[in-house]
Design a protein around this ligand. Structure first.
Ligand code: UDX
Length: 429
């Protein structure tokens, strides 16, 4: 099918490139000239494992086109995905200015029947807003469908080609939903067809539930520390219950970050308030998540003593492994707190350094993990990159002035670490 994707960010670019890979002809449009130029040269503006090869391959096969102009590509498009950002407006609500602008752009340039698909995570009822916005400019027939994304950064391609499910929401004619379902048929996964509001709710409820699991296990971890239990074994014991499941988000740590969970959880709380319902559980999920970082900082301060003048090595800045995304990353809170207490922070991240420099210019960035540890008083693990899991801790110990490890993601086995002379502090162990 001939498809347009508006927005070439973490969602739009993956959506566009993967639909092209499935054999569709896709135009990806974005206002950002620099991004489009990079993409035309086969370079990806985001770090996502495997994305650059797919961009190059589909450019070569002329299945994907990058452009700043929507008008040109809208002419023969059958499906238009809105995949623009829906950042938080700072008061807990999703800011829909980019979605509205995209809908207006579509309304002003549409000249035939097309299916408009909301891919961005949008508050419940946005589908109707998009429909009414387009109707202001375009009086002919078109349909609006909700098709929320469930892509995890760092695993987005795998999540696209092997989804647990596809959700399609439409109010009125089912034919638009069936047409969108055809797009995904080749993926052989369950397809849920429902109304717009339900599809939008499935997205928020799913992310809210995953975030709830994380704050749940972090609360359990905090109690484990007081009662002498080990939360990593608690988590393993829980996951073996088929009703909880092996892939449950029950890995204790310093809490969730990223551009989705924080934003979606606060938007869900807001939606509840606007519906005159309470969602106290989710408000506690947010509070627990914020507190978890502070508890980790307190653990460092309580055990390291005076922070003033101390040199602290930080491994990992991205909000999770396999991404360069530092939005709402715990590392930012932790590093800035340590610096405010007078610490000199040396930080390493395999791919997020460039993004980190923009936000934290006075951190000393190093290009190898061990370089952060020279004469350091403590090593703080913030992101669970695989490359940190196999390091020779004896060699690391020999570089350091004092031997403390604060493991914010429980990537090490505490007994093993203690054999190398380190004082080891994990989460919930
Ligand atoms: C999430 C959802 O998983 C995805 O379905 C949705 O489309 C977008 O938001 P993402 O934010 O990219 O994906 O990453 P995810 O792997 O979900 O991790 C989110 C945060 O939770 C990270 O900070 C991660 O470190 C943290 N996390 C995850 C935990 O602390 N414990 C866990 O067990 C799992």
């Amino acid at each position: 099918m001939k498809i347009v994707v508006i927005g070439t960010g973490y969602v739009g670019l993956v959506q566009g490139v993967c639909l092209a890979e499935l054999g569709n002809e896709v135009a990806c449009v974005d206002l950002d000239e620099a991004k489009i130029t990079k993409l035309k040269n086969g370079e990806s503006p985001i770090y996502e494992p495997g994305i650059e090869e797919l961009i190059k391959k589909n450019l070569k096969q002329e299945r994907i086109f990058f452009d700043t102009s929507l008008k040109k590509h809208l002419k023969n498009a059958e499906i238009v995905f809105i995949a623009v950002g829906t950042p938080s407006d700072g008061k807990g609500k999703a800011d829909l200015k980019y979605v509205t602008a995209a809908a207006e752009d579509i309304g002003k340039n549409l000249n035939h029947y097309a299916i408009i698909v909301n891919k961005s995570t949008v508050p419940i009822g946005t589908g109707e807003m998009v429909k009414n916005t387009i109707k202001k400019y375009y009086k002919e027939d078109f349909d609006v469908v909700s098709n929320p994304e469930f892509l995890k950064e760092g695993a987005a391609l795998d999540d696209f080609f092997h989804p647990d499910r596809v959700v399609i929401g439409v109010n009125g004619s089912k034919k638009a939903a069936e047409r969108i379902a055809e797009l995904y048929k080749v993926l052989n996964c369950p397809i849920v067809v429902t109304n717009l509001e339900t599809a939008e709710m499935i997205k928020y409820a799913s992310n809210s539930y995953l975030a709830t699991q994380i704050s749940f296990i972090n609360s359990i971890a905090n109690i484990c520390e007081k009662v002498g239990a080990d939360v990593t074994d608690v988590s393993r014991g829980m996951k073996l219950d088929k009703r909880i499941g092996e892939r449950a988000f029950l890995n204790a740590g310093i809490g969730y970050g990223g551009s989705c969970f924080p934003k979606d959880v606060s938007a869900m709380v807001e939606i509840a308030k606007e519906s005159k319902e309470n969602f106290r559980i989710l408000e506690e999920v947010e509070a627990t998540n914020k507190e978890q970082r502070q508890k980790f900082i307190k653990k460092i301060v309580d055990n390291l003593g005076k922070i003033q003048g101390k040199r602290i090595a930080v491994w990992g800045i991205a909000f999770k492994a396999k991404t360069d995304d530092i939005r709402e990353a715990p590392a930012i809170t932790i590093i800035e707190s340590l610096q405010n207490l007078g610490a000199e922070v040396l930080a390493y991240d395999p791919v997020a350094e460039e993004n980190a420099r923009r936000v934290m210019p006075d951190v000393i960035y190093v290009s190898r993990p061990q370089d952060a540890c020279k004469k350091a008083d403590a090593l703080v693990i913030v992101t669970d990159w695989d490359e940190f899991k196999q390091v020779d801790l004896k060699a690391i110990a020999s570089l350091m002035k004092n031997k403390y490890i604060f493991d914010g993601r429980n990537i090490y086995d505490s007994d093993e670490v203690k054999k190398t002379g380190f004082k080891y502090y994990g989460i919930g162990r």
